[in-house]
Design a protein around this ligand. Sequence first.
Ligand code: ADP
Length: 260
Amino acid sequence: MGRHAATAERPGTTVVAATRDLVKVYGQGPAQVRALDGVSLDLHRGELTAVMGPSGSGKSTLMHCLAALDRPTSGSVVVDGVEVARLRDAALTRLRRDRIGFVFQSYNLVPTLTAAENITLPLDIAGRAVDRAWFDTVVDTIGLRDRLTHRPTELSGGQQQRVACARALVSRPAIVFADEPTGNLDSRASADVLGFLRRSVDDFGQTVVMVTHEPTAAAYADRVVFLADGRVVGELRRPTAEAVLERLLGLTEPDAGGDG
Ligand code: ADP
């Protein structure tokens, strides 16, 4: 293959989500774009993984396929032991609702609901009981105790994103996908949100995958996976912001992105 296949099993780790030879093609004929061109990737339980790469390298497409928001053209996506590609729509909806947490760049809170109501909304929609002790743990860890009755417009961007993080965690999902979670935040609020995602991994054993453009954000991760042209082209463990930046610069140089 001559490419990095980031699938090596490490001792003592459980794979929560995995792709094999994942291909996603958009469009037809000459207008066709291979957004993902054979991605094989294992995501391990209790790790924070950052996905990075130049614009157009396939990060969003990979997240959407992993999070069962989009269907692959070919290849396999397994999340929490379930082959996503084979699921019918109703089962896909259940998987997303029950086993996956989402954090988006734009928070996606419901403006008419309080912070507390936003946090429990997915459980309420699913008709699932809220585990109050767990709710309290999440809310206290993320520092939202005194904001629970506020509506989104009464909260700063950073507070809104912390509500979104709490909402993602309160259902105890197998995996949380965060798409540019700090893209709209200043550095202080970013540090709060990233610190919380980090703690959710360290203290609660949560599995988190995050797309980011920012080396300082990626430095919170246990592992950074680099994409270019729809392929995995490398990874870093225990990344520093400097090492991430260096690797990214290599990917965007004109001669980079080949197999060599
Ligand atoms: P990234 O998130 O790394 O910027 P994307 O996954 O958004 O990359 O896009 C990968 C490639 O697929 C790009 O060339 C993009 O233009 C293309 N693409 C993404 N979504 C669509 C779509 N819905 N229709 C057509 N092309 C798309």
